[in-house]
Design a protein around this ligand. Sequence first.
Ligand SMILES: *Cc1c(COP(=O)(O)O)cnc(C)c1O
Length: 390
Amino acid sequence: MNQAREIKYSTQDIHEEDISEVVGVLRSSMLTQGPEVPKFESTFGEVVGSRNCVAVSSATAGLHLLCLALGVGSGDLVWTSSISFVASANCARYCGAELDFVDIDTESGNLSIDCLERKLISAELSGRLPKGLIVVHLSGLSVDMVEINRLAQKYGFFVIEDASHALGGEYGGELIGTCRYSDAVVFSFHPVKIITTGEGGMITTKDDQLVPVLQRLRSHGVTSDVDLFGPAAKEDLWNYQQVSLGYPYRLTDISAALGRSQLRRLSENLKKRESIALHYFSCLDSEKLILPPTRALLDSAWHLFVVRVVADKVSSSRNQLYQKLWERGIKVNLHYSPIYLHPYWASQGFERGYCPNSEVFFETALSLPMHAKLTDCDLRVITEAVNSLV
Ligand SMILES: *Cc1c(COP(=O)(O)O)cnc(C)c1O
């Protein structure tokens, strides 16, 4: 039976060349703080078009460090999209900030510019504007960053792009990562993402001054820059000093070598994802399912392919469809439950109905398999199963 093989919604794609790069580091004298991290950072910068890259132990660590470096502290207010992985909100919470959520546009699942603008107008009236906004390029499709930048200038908040889904995605003819319309961008290298380092992440920023700050914060707040030591410590001639509170957020050389090797196949990987998206667009029943916006075919990195079930058009609801596909070995997934409905956030006073578009999106969305290892046969099995069940 075809269906005997389990089809995952996402998985890593590791080749022999990746394995030999990792083995090379294991045989070398440095497993961490060696030459691999700076090499990965500079290669990554060349790929996405950023002169400043700081590798970190996860995207979450990167988001946390950026919130710290951009001055988020207790009593500050930070906004993010209600439809994302919880890390997009937790990072500011770690710094003691209060979080608030912006509703989405159901077509893309991305934060809605209209909802953001309306929320800013009323926040200004009530005297409680956010210090920062974390936007999320859901599935790999960019938010409208020109509009985000316009509002950021007008209301004076910083912008971090959570591009965990979006390595290789484009906006305005450039790869995501240049920070043209934001302060910084963060990428994730978790195994389900576009490329992997096991665990890992990368920050890009156009602000040169943030780089040494981020480098120090990812490594316990210690520095070997004697100018930062202060007069007393300078006399000790010790090779490093802790000058601020920092964290154990470095990426290992083992991970960096894997990342640099994975990066070599980025464009191949993106082409494969695009061809899967094209297959879904041409084969799925678009009368009964809402497909992603077609502009995604131009710009998305296709981390996820999210379809939406329309309740009055299909015999089977999203939950039934999910369950029947799992029974056939097609391990579809759900992205995402609105962050504020998770018990932790609900306990801070958020209630059902707070972001209605997000709730509709979550209740109808289904992430179909999307990764570089899917075969033509897998794709036929998936589209036939989905079409026969809706
Ligand atoms: C995966 C993900 C993260 C967290 O990435 P890690 O590297 O696992 O910390 C953050 N935001 C979004 C939108 C994600 O999908």
